[in-house]
Design a protein around this ligand. Sequence first.
Ligand code: SF4
Ligand code: SF4
Length: 277
Amino acid sequence: MIISIASGKGGTGKTLVATNMAAALGEAELVDCDVEEPNSYLFFPDRDLVESADCGLPIPIIDDEKCTRCRICSEFCAYNALAVFPQEVLFFKELCHGCGGCAIACPEDAITEGSRAIGKIYRAQVGDLGLFWGELNLGEAMATPLIKEAKKQASGDLILIDSPPGTACPMIESVEGSDFCVLVTEPTPFGLYDLDIAVNVLADMEIPCGVIVNRSGIGDREIYRYCERRDIPLLLEIPFSRKIAELYSWGLLFSREMPEWKDRFVSLADRIEELIG
Ligand code: SF4
Ligand code: SF4
């Protein structure tokens, strides 16, 4: 079972939910796909780092001797990563998505495959809990190949995916293939606006979803009315609590410090399993 934890909006408590759920369940794998700023592993200071590996993206290497400047490769590249001039072929590595199509399109076999490092993948273990995360190199924009690679590392029966915020490519890559997506939101107009976008994205991807309202008690009741209207299950409410906020700011998991919450996160996983059917 693959459960992703996402939110249309940043700062709603996605990592709070993902880390506490993982700690409560124990026997699971948690993949932090927020590769621009992975932080879920920080909540497990007792982790043992098992391995780290470079993650590379395939890039074209052009043989100047063989190249006839026919421009087929630059016309093929949908990302404008190649520009052919009479004297040379310019390659803009930041734009290349590593699809390999230009090498296939080249009639002169002038393109071979190289690789460029975009980040690192880490694996750690805390008891029965496996932790995986990707970390993008500074200044690197290609998040999705690293997310794909981080996801590939997990292979257990229960995988939790901590998705990046928003609803752009990194979020879509993260939730792709999930059996269920938990959307964490807050009961404010901003929360509702971004939740609606995320719900529509998941509907397009045919991924069932449910909502956790974080910081419940603030804002208004619109989120609740929205869930009723769209027939989206309300899975859990986490109150706006000073104690929970303080524990989080100290890097502590409230499901470990407040045992009643451990039970609630275990029940949450059971409820999701029932919903998936
Ligand atoms: S398709 Fe091949 S031969 Fe044509 S310009 Fe590109 S690299 Fe050169
Ligand atoms: S590998 Fe794909 S994205 Fe990169 S330059 Fe070639 S066609 Fe463009």
